[in-house]
Design a protein. Structure first.
Lengths: 308, 429
């Protein structure tokens, strides 16, 4: 769907994007992660042809990216903006027309989305009459109105309440099922874990990590396990003896705990379960994988250590 | 091009819906018409009705003055001496607005006085002088010659020495015409300034409410800029058309109702043709509105694109809506200078500096209007087209340069504008 090769962009000799290459396949949701100032927005703007790269190429569906391809892309910038004195409907018609939609198509699509978000009554309202959250929804609708093949969303969840965050997530998953490609730039790591197939991590204008979410978590796991049990902490610790090491515990109340344990020597997960059975009542046990938040922080820290 | 048009239409709709557009469409013509009316009235004939007492103890005029009565002046005669104080205070004379003193010496020294209570209008004084003089001519002819009054008048007529340009012997143009050009040029610049400011505000508003990023991800910045300039330009043209219709209708109404007597044949026949307001004559008779308006439109449109690109670029490079004032000042100074250039050309139409101003794109719209209204000398009409061509090419050049600034400046926020940054954006790809 989208292929970036060796993209570089400098502002006043300082690289904002340094030889970044990446590929987005059809029907996947990719998270673009990175600390503030890493170059995410610059990269997104280059893809949208707002900024020209100094070097490198972009291919869209196999062709070199051109102005005409923008009609197949939906872009939601981080800084949201709409004309305050224009109605929701007028916005849809204006932006739809710029992307080559007919009036009829715009009306059909607008009906669909307003119904979906349960906001038919906003149709004739001016943006200044809407709350900030409502305007955000309108902006989202305007981004997806022309059913773009590639959706680029910069912090799509910021400004939404949890209910609407879930709603947007559902929509994105549905669009993915329809074969749309979605690139999300965000700091919201939980949403990355929940909906992204792959992530690309950028730091200091370079790509430092790329992979499937599960792979990245796997690669950074530390061999920790968690056990949720009912009983006493003394019985639990005694059972561990020398083969295992208690790292952390969480008291849940009603004599229930979650304990995090690390293996010593050749001990395995099965060994752990064996020694515990009969000592405490096990309710659940699982391997602890690092969260994307931890993956993110570790990758950035590693990068900084390498540079130092 | 299609997208530029969509953007232009959105801009046009927004302009037409705005309160300032409607207010300007109404009050602009009202102000122009009021000023025109005042110029007509102040420079023209006031509806004064006078009663004049001719004090003629020697009975020189024999109680006669006009064969046909002037509806605005009524004469009465007195054959006794009346002192000025007496005339001023005696209730018998209160009805008279003025007193003309005629004594026996008038036939030799040809001088007399009129004492008025309120200063007569220019036309009233011309009328009275004309009436008294005509009657005295009859008396003089009878007294000293054997000629009839008409024959005497033929001999007596003063020399009328007209000053004419050797290249324009029919006097089809004049300084007054030049002022009309100045007016048209002024209208161009007022519109360019007002709607240029609209471009500036509209661009910086789009910038500050950040919709510009969505637009730039959809259309090319140059398309965006062109659409904006065209849209606001169309609203300017629409505004101007409304002005034209309202002012045209107003002038027609003036001519048909209020100033109708100025076209009365009897007034002209009575020898007053040169007395009535030159301004009225200028507006209704002298200006060739059709050719003026055609070139006005051409220079208006091209000049608007030329200056509009500057305003758009300025809007794009400002960091916030209030920023960029220091760069607005030179632009205003240039606009004022252009008006001065028009004035200069009005006074020195044939100087080489005038030709330079005519070709300089910054001053061309107003200068060409002045030159056009004053009339091009035969064989010099091509200058107008050369000027238009230079202006057109400059406008295209400025649009290209402004497009680059527009592209590189639009997504820069919160900075203060410096010449250095502008130059670096100009160099940027």
């Amino acid at each position: 769907m989208l292929e970036l090769q060796q993209l570089t962009k400098r502002f006043n000799r300082k690289a904002a994007i340094d030889e970044i290459s990446l590929t987005l396949k059809q029907g996947e949701i990719v998270g673009l992660l990175g600390p503030n100032g890493a170059g995410k927005t610059t990269l997104i703007r280059i893809i949208n042809r707002i900024i020209e790269p100094d070097s490198g190429t972009i291919r869209f569906k196999g062709d070199l990216m051109q102005q005409k391809h923008l009609a197949f892309i939906g872009y939601l910038p981080e800084e949201r903006g709409l004309y305050k004195n224009m109605t929701v409907e007028a916005h849809a018609h204006f932006l739809g027309a710029l992307r080559g939609m007919t009036k009829k198509d715009v009306n059909t699509a607008l009906d669909y989305w307003l119904n979906k978000f349960d906001c038919q009554s906003w149709r004739k309202k001016r943006i200044e009459e809407l709350s900030k959250g409502m305007a955000q929804k309108v902006q989202f609708i305007c981004t997806v109105l022309h059913e773009p093949d590639l959706l680029i969303l910069d912090e799509p969840f910021s400004g939404f309440d949890p209910v609407n965050v879930e709603l947007i997530k559902q929509e994105l998953v549905e669009m993915k099922a329809k074969g749309k490609t979605i690139l999300i730039s965000t700091h919201n790591m939980r949403s990355v874990e929940e909906i992204c197939d792959r992530v690309i991590l950028i730091n200091q204008s370079k790509k430092i990590l790329e992979g499937r979410v599960s792979q990245l978590q796997e690669s950074l796991k530390t061999g920790e396990y968690a056990v949720k049990f009912r009983g006493t902490m003394i019985a639990f610790v005694n059972a561990l003896w020398t083969g295992f090491e208690l790292i952390d515990k969480e008291i849940l109340g009603d004599d229930r705990y979650i304990a995090r344990v690390k293996m010593r020597g050749d001990s395995s997960f099965e060994d752990l379960l064996k020694v515990l059975i009969g000592q405490v009542k096990i309710e659940a046990a699982w391997e602890v994988l690092p969260s994307m938040h931890e993956v993110f922080i570790q990758a950035v820290n590693n990068e900084q250590k390498v540079e130092a | 091009m299609r997208n530029s048009w969509i953007i232009a239409m959105r801009e046009l709709k927004e302009r037409i819906g705005s309160r300032s557009f409607i207010l300007m469409a109404l009050f602009g013509p009202i102000i122009v018409l009021t000023m025109t009316y005042l110029l007509f009235v102040l420079g023209g004939k006031e509806q004064q009705n006078w009663k004049v007492l001719i004090v003629d103890p020697a009975n020189v005029m024999e109680h006669k003055i006009m064969a046909n009565e002037d509806p605005n002046v009524k004469y009465a005669f007195a054959t006794n001496y009346i002192e000025i104080e007496d005339f001023a205070q005696n209730p018998d004379y209160v009805d008279y607005d003025a007193m003309v003193e005629i004594n026996e010496k008038i036939l030799s020294n040809k001088s007399s006085f009129l004492f008025y209570r309120e200063k007569p209008s220019f036309n009233m004084s011309v009328s009275i002088r004309y009436h008294v003089e005509r009657r005295l001519e009859e008396v003089l002819a009878e007294e000293f010659t054997k000629l009839s009054a008409n024959e005497f008048r033929k001999i007596k007529q003063p020399l009328n020495l007209g000053f004419r340009n050797v290249y324009d012997p029919t006097d089809s143009s004049s300084d007054l015409g030049g002022w009309v050009g100045m007016f048209f040029g002024g209208v161009i610049f007022v519109f360019i300034f007002l709607f240029g400011m609209t471009i500036l505000r509209s661009v910086s508003r789009e910038k500050s409410n950040r919709i510009v990023e969505v637009l730039m991800a959809t259309v090319h910045p140059r398309t965006l800029m062109l659409g904006k300039i065209v849209g606001i330009g169309l609203s300017a043209l629409l505004q101007f058309s409304i002005w034209l219709i309202l002012i045209g209708a107003g002038l027609y109404f003036f001519r048909e109702s209020i100033f109708i007597d100025m076209y009365d044949a009897s007034n002209v026949a009575a020898g007053q043709a040169s007395d009535y307001n030159q301004f009225v004559e200028l507006v209704f008779e002298r200006i060739q509105f059709s050719s003026m308006l055609t070139y006005f439109m051409l220079f208006f449109i091209v000049g608007y694109f030329f200056y509009g690109a500057f305003f758009a670029a300025l809007g794009a490079v400002t960091g916030s809506e209030s920023d960029g004032q220091q760069f607005l000042l030179p632009l205003i100074a240039i606009l004022i200078f252009a008006m001065y250039a028009g004035y200069f050309v009005l006074n020195n139409p044939d100087s080489s500096l005038s030709t330079f101003y005519q070709y300089l794109p910054f001053t061309a719209p107003v200068v060409v209007m002045v030159k056009l209204a004053m009339g091009y000398a035969p064989g010099e009409g091509y200058q107008l087209f050369v000027s238009l061509l230079i202006l057109l090419l400059s406008a295209i050049g400025v649009l290209i340069i402004a497009g680059r600034l527009y592209k590189n400046g639009l997504l820069q926020f919160g900075h203060s504008v410096r010449l250095k940054t502008i130059i670096s954006w100009l160099k940027m790809k």
